[in-house]
Write a protein that binds this ligand. Structure first.
Ligand SMILES: C[S@@+](CC[C@H](N)C(=O)[O-])C[C@H]1O[C@@H](n2cnc3c(N)ncnc32)[C@H](O)[C@@H]1O
Ligand code: SF4
Length: 393
């Protein structure tokens, strides 16, 4: 992330939520559940019939939500999970066709699908590209076999490298996910791993610091003391390493955990969400943000697959939908915006009544103002949680 002198804003104005909409589709099935993961996921084995029912429910939910939001321009599509690379390509094509029929686009639209890098899944990449996917987000996690075993992954480093090569040939755009701050990982290990990764050639990388969620197998193992995650100082050093190695390789951190080789390589879908654009959340547990009759509304779909399918049939797919007041909406814009190079609008800061606090943080060098937007500086960015706490409490 950069300071004012080198800002390169793609489009500083949020997409008008009344005219554009993105779509997030959640596919909850995985071949194996990873011990660190607390997303809404289930094993896929023996669930072929259930999956066909879920595809039908997703198609119906899309139709119902389109009727609710009215005519909109399509901003982007993101198929996430779980493991949507396990979705039959015909089902992917049906979902993408339905979305693009309901929401016409002005021009080419970014369509991302999350994939696991196994040989079996790489064999479907060409079919997924033919179905309309034009950007793949590959969960490589590590290029070190011992680390992949620790993370409980069902692929080797060699398999991940093969998947990157196949994906590079099948898709115009490729992003990879990596997980760092693993127990016993040194700065030197992480530097070497990151340098080996960037040499493979992709336009976008999302390095995530390993989060230990209490309800996961890793949460229980860490609580038992089976292993210890890096302390605060090492975690901070690993974070700095991530940014310096990627910057040296030509990547820009346009968001705390998202680095792109060029402005055009930034994720249009994520930018739309971070800018406060509307998006439909479809599929079990999916979150959405819709402007309904002028009110920004947060939606959450029913989390259990059977409940979601029944809910769609009954016209009640959501377990929760709540209108956000102006303060809640502005707080979300500030929380998301300050993580990005675009920052948050002064208007949102004023709605929250924190202009003075933001001026103090700017005086101390943690924030700066550029073109009507408040942006985290290179000093404030690594301390973003503390900066946000000061600003918002
Ligand atoms: C929802 S997962 C889907 C990707 C795909 N199923 C896979 O695992 O390759 C998206 C990404 O979140 C990241 N992730 C999930 N749980 C995490 C955790 N506890 N800590 C850090 N990153 C995590 C991983 O990098 C993963 O690729
Ligand atoms: S990390 Fe990916 S593959 Fe592993 S359980 Fe989570 S969603 Fe599934």
């Amino acid at each position: 992330m950069t300071d004012a002198s080198s800002l390169n804003l793609l489009d500083p104005d949020p997409l008008d939520p009344r005219t554009a909409v993105a779509v997030y589709v959640h596919w909850p099935y995985c071949a194996k559940i990873c011990p660190y993961c607390d997303f809404n996921v289930v094993r896929d084995r023996g669930r072929t019939g259930e999956q066909a029912g879920l595809v039908a429910a997703i198609l119906k939910d899309l139709q119902a939500q389109a009727a609710l939001v009215g005519p909109r321009r399509l901003a982007s599509i993101f198929l996430g999970g779980g493991t949507p690379s396990l979705m039959p390509p015909e089902a992917v094509a049906a979902v993408l066709d339905r979305i693009q029929t309901l929401f016409p686009a002005d021009g080419p639209v970014e369509i991302t699908l999350e994939a696991n890098p196994t040989d079996a899944e790489a064999a479907h990449f060409a079919a997924l590209a033919r179905a309309g996917v034009n950007r793949l987000s590959l969960g490589v996690q590590s290029l070190n076999d011992a680390a992949l075993r620790f993370l409980g992954r069902n692929h080797s480093a060699a398999e991940a490298r093969r998947a990157i090569a196949v994906a590079g040939a099948a898709f115009d755009r490729l992003s990879i996910d990596l997980i760092y701050a693993r127990p016993d990982q040194s700065v030197a290990d992480w530097t070497a791993e990151l340098q080996a990764a960037v040499a493979l050639g992709f336009e976008h990388v999302s390095p995530y610091q390993l989060t230990i969620e209490p309800t996961t197998a890793f949460g229980r193992a860490a609580a038992r003391g089976d292993w210890t995650p890096p302390d605060e100082d090492l975690a901070a050093a690993l974070y700095e390493t991530t940014h310096s190695v990627l910057e040296a390789a030509g990547f820009e951190a346009y968001e705390v955990s998202n680095h792109a080789r060029a402005t055009a390589a930034r994720s249009a879908h994520n930018l739309h969400v971070w800018r406060g654009g509307d998006y439909l959340g479809v599929g079990p547990g999916a979150h959405g943000r819709l402007t309904l009759e002028g009110v920004r509304t947060a939606t959450v779909a029913r989390r259990r697959i059977a409940d979601y399918v029944e809910g769609v049939a009954a016209g009640t797919p959501w377990s929760d939908s709540e209108g956000m007041d102006a303060i809640e909406a502005a707080e979300e814009l500030v929380l998301l915006g300050l993580r990005t190079v675009e920052g948050a609008s002064i208007q949102a800061i004023e709605t929250l009544g924190v202009r003075d606090k933001s001026a103090e943080l700017a005086e101390d060098g943690f924030l700066f103002v550029h073109d009507g937007r408040v942006i985290a500086s290179s000093k404030g960015r690594p301390l973003l949680d503390a900066v946000l706490k000061t600003l918002l409490t």
